[in-house]
Design a protein around this ligand. Structure first.
Ligand code: MRU
Length: 380
């Protein structure tokens, strides 16, 4: 997608052929900075400390991190053993998004298929590039399938009246390699001339909605409004939301959806108000093993400081929307001594999900419907 008119992806190979470039998403929207990764440890830190985040992006950075791992293993006695261990280190960085393990396991399997070190390195590089290209192609296809849903709603509205879409967290292009999952249908509709307006949940505690989704929608010229996380139910009661589209960090083949904390409450409000609640995901985000998402999906707990502190640029200085480095300040929000808890994700049961928008089309959030789109998974 475009940043100040220049096309970017969230991860790409460095010009020197032995490094990887990413966008430091921690600094957006106040600074746009690139970071170079030169080792597996750099890639692990980038994922753990959320320089990059979002299921697809984490998966693609992990795939590229495994290319850096392959370079480190090239002269090791037992390439495959060390490569596997480096993969486990990457996998341990964040537990909920399944794309991370999916990308690492794919690299381990592919690289084990050839015997010479230089072949393994070349294959790890090719696989990283394939993972990124696939992710972008899948998100583009999600956009096309989701566009059909938005178009159907737009056709029932008065000419020029926007389709109001609520989203939670950031499942935009920053959370993938390009286009995004939840945002892909929005970009497709906007580009097709269908008027859309997005209600952007700010998404405490890290504010990926206010900081990232708002920024990328703004860069693409999509009308949007940032709202506190508690507002969605009120908007739905008053007919101001036509459709909810969120992303997901892991969705079971039975249709249970793990996504950023607070998603479940939006799904409950949508159900109560008969607002369609769709979840957009590439197939790399399906968990083909866990049947019960509430019981089985590991929920990451992060530092309480993400809850008790907040950072941003000082108001009243004219710096609110500038991209100057170092202008953020951190402030405390919580009464001294009060404990805080920071569960990063929750699971929305399939019964609250209207449908899943995948690269192969839209299906119901049920085992039979998911498997009808991905019949090859019936056998595994
Ligand atoms: O903690 P994060 O920022 O990595 O959380 C992931 C997310 O951005 C969201 O949960 C998103 O909606 C799904 S990931 C495409």
């Amino acid at each position: 997608m475009l940043v100040d008119g220049k096309p970017y992806r969230t991860v790409w190979m460095g010009d020197d052929g032995v490094s990887v470039e990413i966008i430091d998403q921690r600094k957006l929207p106040f600074a746009f900075e690139l970071v170079t990764l030169r080792s597996t440890e750099d890639a692990a830190r980038a994922i753990r400390e959320m320089y990059v985040r979002g299921a697809g992006c984490i998966g693609a950075v992990a795939a590229h991190g495994m290319f850096l791992a392959a370079l480190e293993c090239a002269d090791a006695g037992d390439f495959d053993e060390l490569f596997f261990r480096k993969g486990e280190e990457l996998k341990a960085t964040r537990p909920t998004a399944v794309n991370l393990a999916w990308a690492v396991d794919r690299q381990v399997k592919v690289v084990a298929g050839v015997s010479e070190s230089d072949e393994k390195v070349a294959l790890a590089k090719q696989t990283a590039l394939e993972v990124a290209d696939e992710d972008a192609a899948w998100c583009r296809a999600i956009g096309e399938h989701g566009l059909t849903l938005i178009k159907a709603i737009a056709e029932k509205k008065a000419p020029g009246e926007p389709v109001n879409i609520l989203t939670h967290c950031n499942a935009g292009w920053l959370a993938f390699v390009d286009f995004g999952s939840a945002t892909a249908p929005v970009y497709a509709a906007h580009d097709a001339g269908i008027p859309v307006h997005v209600w952007v949940d700010e998404t405490r505690p890290r504010n990926q909605g206010a900081r990232l989704t708002a920024w990328e929608l703004g860069q693409h010229g999509v009308p949007h409004t940032v709202i506190p996380d508690n507002v969605g139910g009120h908007l739905m009661q008053h007919g101001k939301v036509d459709l909810v589209i969120t992303g997901t960090d892991r969705t079971t083949f039975t249709g249970d959806v793990a996504n950023k904390i607070g998603t479940y409450l939006k799904a409950l409000a949508a159900h109560d108000n008969r607002v369609p609640f769709y979840v957009a995901l590439p197939s790399s985000t399906f968990d083909w093993e866990i049947r019960d998402g509430v019981a089985g999906i590991p929920i990451e707990e992060r530092s309480g400081e993400e809850v008790s502190c907040i950072s941003g640029v000082p108001t009243g200085t004219g710096a609110e929307n500038t991209a100057k480095d170092g202008c953020e300040i951190e402030v405390n929000l919580v009464a001294k001594g009060s404990p805080v808890a920071n569960y990063s994700f929750d699971v929305t049961p399939a019964r609250l999900v209207t449908g899943l928008i995948t690269e192969r089309g839209v299906c119901e959030a049920s085992e039979s419907s998911v498997l009808s789109l991905f019949p090859e998974k019936r056998l595994s």
